[in-house]
Design a protein around this ligand. Sequence first.
Ligand SMILES: Cc1ncc(COP(=O)(O)O)c(C=O)c1O
Length: 391
Amino acid sequence: MPESRRVAAVQSPVIPVVGELIAQHPGTISLGQGVVSYPPPEEALAKIETFLADSENHKYKMVQGIPALLEALEGKLRRENGIDISEAHRIVVTAGGNMGFVNALLAIADPDDEIILQTPYYFNHEMAIALANCTAVCVPTDDNYQLRPEAIRQAVTDRTRAVVTISPNNPTGAVYSAAALAEVNALCRERGVYHVHDEAYEYFTYDGAEHCSPGSLPDSADHTVSLFSFSKAYGFASWRIGYMVIPEHLYLAVKKIQDTVVICPPVISQWAALGALEAGAPYCKAHLENIANVRGIVLEELAKIPELVTVPPALGAFYCLMRVHTSLPAMEVVERLVRDFGVAVIPGTTFGMTDGCYLRVAYGVLEAHTAAEGLKRLVQGLREIVGAKTP
Ligand SMILES: Cc1ncc(COP(=O)(O)O)c(C=O)c1O
């Protein structure tokens, strides 16, 4: 029996494909995984006992999240993001940031509606749009992977329902300026479309780059959806907790969707998230020193081969997306890097970069010595694979 046409239209995730390649070549250093190395804070684990102490906690809880977590998130959003939860907003706890995106999409878009993504895009956003039978309209970012508000404006049509932005960005590491985000947010308001902004990497900025939440802008409450995640900041990837700030008028719709899909986000994880908020941003910032150090190694090594790759500024998250000066297909370069040099990266094609060869390096999970060895292999591999092809 065939799968649905809806699913047939969705790209297959490339991470498992690269994972399979790595499994076939033991000893490969993976620069592919978008995760951090550290575990959740102790405060998070301590809350498991609180959860277990009440047998009522084994029952379903409210679809939008447990009240204690919602209240703690309200404080965090006010203090750190400048988002003052008013009558115009609602917070919904989700089973991860990806679920927040799907909730938003299903709440605002019908089949054949258009959603504007910036390329390179985060592949799960593009996959969700295909799954919802909507159309991803891709607007290329500039040479530094920064937003092009005028191009976004031109791309808006009668069918457009939302413009999606991610900052700090996966896969590029770009951090968008407050001015650019404000411009996009304003154009969304003028054109009557939503601005969906993903802030999964809000704490991961370097070299003085500043994170900005468009949901804090005046007149943004009615058309802005802000998506957050515990996965990266608190080493929570498998616990599946995120949250979204939505306009009040989408609340019922989002609750209907979430009720249908998960009923409620895992309650044990919500208690853990409450504990994580007690540790707060300083927990992530402490680990960020190590990640910043690894980032330094990555950028320094790649800067040694300017004739082979261009690395636009990557001031956030834990990625960079290099442009490789070759006509070889990205996947072929990835395969040869794993097979012949024992290092894995992700091909840019999976982020919608089909014109040219792009490779994403992820460094959030690496220790300095592994990063140094991985980059040595990568640079040597690129010298041999691409250098040989460069006229
Ligand atoms: C931009 C972005 N949003 C969302 C997610 C997924 O987050 P979560 O684990 O909370 O679903 C990721 C994970 O890599 C991401 O890069």
